[in-house]
Design a protein around this ligand. Sequence first.
Ligand SMILES: [Zn+2]
Ligand SMILES: [Zn+2]
Length: 359
Amino acid sequence: MIKYQHALDQAGLLINIDKLSGLANKHKSYYKCISCGNELIPKLGKIKQHHFAHKTTLVCSKETYLHKLGKRVFYDEYALCLKSQLPFIIGLRQEKRCVRWKNELNITCFKNEPIEYDLTKIYDTIELEKHDGEYIPDVLLLSSDGRYKLYIEIAVSHFSSEKKLQSRVKLIEFSVQTEEDLIPIKRHKIIENENNAFHHFKREKEEVLCVNGCTKSFDFFVVESDGRSILYQKKLEGIFLYLQDKEPLHYEISKNKGNHGNKYKYLIAKSYSKNIKVQNCFLCKYFADNNWLENIDGKKNPVFCKILKEPCNSQKAIGCKHYRVSRDFVNEYQYYNELFNFELDPNKPDNDIDEDNWF
Ligand SMILES: [Zn+2]
Ligand SMILES: [Zn+2]
């Protein structure tokens, strides 16, 4: 049974079930489904959450319902803002790039902070499903002088087609998976986050310095001169101090992301393929997985050496006369990157946004 929170009333106005409880003749009115157009009955019982249900059992697409509802709610709320001179705010993510360690490490840390704009100051006209050239955006916002336009797309199951994204018109894709997702629209404030995408907006880029030093950690992989390899998690200052102190054969800085064990194996396999003299039991043909077994010292020994017949740390390979690289392991670990995407550009901002910074 599909339960909806919204319906169209006799006048064709969108009505929320919560607004119905106080109305005197609520059961006498006729309500219509915004998706299939069939009659809906308000269910205002004491136990279940109030909702509208179809009068007769029939096939009604929840996706279509959410899509039509999203468009309608946006239209109604934006039109209300225009009529009542209320702001409708969007928060556009800006790039603030901290350049404290840029010269030394060629890494910048990112601060993503939204700048808020009131759309009604620019776009004073709203159209629902109107042709704009060959496109029909879900909602079209226009400035009355015709200079500016913005498409709003309600994405229920899929984001906009490539074609639409190529059009160069500013576009906000707003993802709606449940009726609760419409709350930002009802509050007249849409902040760019993982639930929506803002395309073709001009973004200010600003170079800044983190106020109290850079707090973000990065993965810092080093191969030392004797072939030893370590995957650290360090802040940029720590990486800088390390490199002042030591001269590793090789190092790389990447985003602090993913399972460390798998990433470590991937990084040693990659180094080996680049002819860096890394030496590690994970690459050795006598390697067997000792998983989480611990030896009597209580130290984690991830390796079981098939030739020494004992558990050991993966650095045991340094100076080991039996050490032989197995191509199988090299290939297997390199494949981890396809699975886990370890090679994200550390200079790109993270997609996940710290919600606390947004309000
Ligand atoms: Zn329906
Ligand atoms: Zn910084």
